[in-house]
Design a protein around this ligand. Structure first.
Ligand SMILES: NC(=O)c1ccc[n+]([C@@H]2O[C@H](COP(=O)([O-])OP(=O)(O)OC[C@H]3O[C@@H](n4cnc5c(N)ncnc54)[C@H](O)[C@@H]3O)[C@@H](O)[C@H]2O)c1
Length: 329
């Protein structure tokens, strides 16, 4: 099947405009209609992509004839209501993480998805990363652990640090990103790694979490130190605003016979039998592979074919762990 699949985009901030750039290179997915509550964001998107049409509001975009899918790149608060409107119109939905902080609305939405067979997925960039596939092969439930030879998993360590929050590339995002109600690095960045952890090992339980916030009562967390358990394995998190690297992230999976490290999002280093090697190519090539695969998976979602994107239930399970981390214990 080679039909063009028409995409409507709501939310044209940092992420929405990045996705428009990526979509413009895909052979089948075609962004055609956009809307944002901020007219300046619409104007910027139209300037960069003159073929786009602007809708008058969210309902008009979602109801537009000929659309196949809605991409939601607003901050979390409207994610559920926009998803429901899109399902009413028979659209497949690709929604940004974090899914929501309104768990009741998410559960109702998930029930509808399951009962009606709605097509919905959430954008965790690492879902299409070769590094995740390697971890699943090495340590996942259906893994060929013996074949890859890493042996039993001992522990997982996650270290992230940001010279400043928000990071430079998201500095133009709305104030929500630096506020504790919806934003912060735990929801924004740790959620990607909790997704990886739970996709490979299953549900995680927070056993200890210490969170520091600024004294103003509004700003998002500045430090989070935590321990979790997943599939009987200890997981430790050391996350903070500090250091001099814009976006430092390393997830180390240490096992009896070797280790795998994901770093700078897409790099994967495999250490085994006394030798250490960058696995699968450089970060940029691995990122490009993941981004192309993600769009292919989105096309499969729209067409009702099997795909590897996380659904809303998987994304809610991630968010439950994230909010438990933020509650502290
Ligand atoms: N998957 C990833 O790798 C990744 C990366 C960055 C951001 N994100 C996610 O993408 C989403 C957007 O982040 P961002 O950095 O682009 O934020 P942003 O603040 O730059 O952009 C959000 C845009 O949504 C618009 N908006 C807000 N409420 C709206 C509504 N009800 N209807 C229509 N438009 C509305 C705002 O005007 C703004 O233009 C967030 O959920 C964020 O966590 C995901």
């Amino acid at each position: 099947m080679t039909e063009t699949l028409n995409i409507g985009v709501i939310g044209l901030g940092v992420m929405g405009r990045r996705m428009l750039d990526r979509l413009s290179a895909h052979p089948r997915l075609r962004a055609c209609l956009v809307w944002d509550a901020n007219p300046a964001a619409v104007a910027q998107a139209l300037q960069a992509h003159p073929h786009l049409q602007a809708a008058t509001d969210a309902a008009a975009l979602i109801g537009h004839a000929g659309l196949h899918s809605l991409y939601i790149a607003t901050p979390p608060a409207p994610h559920m209501a926009l998803s429901e409107l899109a399902f009413d119109a028979g659209l497949a939905v690709f929604c940004e993480k974090p899914l929501t902080v309104d768990f009741a609305a998410a559960r109702a939405c998930i029930q509808r998805i399951e009962q009606q067979g709605q097509r919905a997925a959430v954008n965790f960039a690492l879902a299409s990363a070769p590094g995740l596939a390697l971890l699943e092969q090495a340590f996942g439930q259906a893994s060929s652990a013996a074949e890859l030879g890493f042996g039993a998993l001992d522990e997982v360590q996650l270290n992230v640090a940001f010279a400043a929050w928000p990071r430079p590339w998201q500095a133009a995002a709305g104030s929500w990103l630096s506020e504790r109600r919806e934003g912060g690095f735990t929801r924004e960045v740790l959620s990607h790694f909790i997704f990886v952890l739970q996709r490979v090992l299953g549900p995680a339980t927070v056993t200890r979490s210490a969170v520091s916030y600024p004294a103003d009562g509004v700003g998002a967390e500045t430090d989070l130190q935590a321990e979790l358990q997943a599939a009987g394995c200890k997981v430790s998190i050391n996350a903070r605003v500090g250091g001099n690297i814009a976006d430092d992230n390393r997830m180390l999976w240490r096992a009896a016979q070797g280790e795998i490290e994901l770093s700078t999002w897409f790099s994967q280093i495999r250490q085994q039998g006394g030798s250490s090697a960058l696995d699968g190519g450089d970060t940029d090539s691995l990122r490009a592979l993941a981004q192309t695969d993600q769009l292919d998976q989105w096309a499969a979602l729209i067409e009702g074919r099997p795909h590897s994107l996380p659904g809303y239930a998987e994304a809610l399970a991630v968010q439950e762990t994230i909010e438990a981390l933020l509650l502290g214990r």
